[in-house]
Design a protein around this ligand. Sequence first.
Ligand code: NJP
Length: 237
Amino acid sequence: KDQVAVITGASRGIGKEIASQLAQKGVRLALLGSSEDIHHTKEELEGKGFSNILSFTADVSNENDIDHVIQATKNAFGRVDILINNAGVGQFKPVEKLTVEEWQKTFEVNVQGVFLASKAVLPLMKKQQFGTIVTVASDVSRYTIPEGSLYTATKYAVQGFMGSLAQEVREHGIRVGTVNPGMVDTYFANGTKGDPEKADWLKVQDIAEAVVYMVQAPKHTVIDELHIHPLIQQYPR
Ligand code: NJP
């Protein structure tokens, strides 16, 4: 309660549901997304009676944007206890069809975005000697799928980044972890939400509940990784 969370990619999908569930726990929110839709998330939550919500149109891969968001959040709320690195994009194509532009853009959002937002909150969290950083990575960070080379590469990269970060900051009371979903019914990768064929997929609530569990874990504990997938998507490992 009274904690402050920054959530990237809260315009829709998993990030929006994380915002809703953290608001219900009394957490003050700074929400960011690259489109104007982010302000609708804030308005929707305010319409449900929640307050202490900031919204920013900001690109996670842009250092100036991120620094502005964190500075403005600090000015408004005085602290940042939780960072949820959720913003992400997906491109699924055979290797030969991928362009360098798609490669760079996906790495910029999925990897550089996680780096920049994490870097920006660290001075605050270190000063507080407390903080939790959770990144929504992917269950594809422990196996590979055809036509997923680019997306999978970004999520493997994120796992490596988060692992090193965890070791660097733990002495400052900062815990770091990833939640790794299988297929979730969202608009991800230009998909449509609520399709009949997605009936058995994970729901955004499933992932948001896992994130809330991770950020609410007792201060002396850290949950490194949670992997959650639909029962119909059970890969050998
Ligand atoms: O996707 P979607 P999800 N800067 O498309 C925002 C991972 N995941 O909720 O920019 C800032 O509905 C965008 O907002 P806007 C996935 O890799 C998913 O499923 O305003 N924000 C929107 O709010 C990702 O990391 C599945 O359009 C940016 C949000 O990101 C996370 O889950 C499976 C941005 C994307 O919402 C959330 O994805 C899996 C930028 N540059 C992992 N670019 C799955 N759905 O099946 C985008 O393993 N956003």
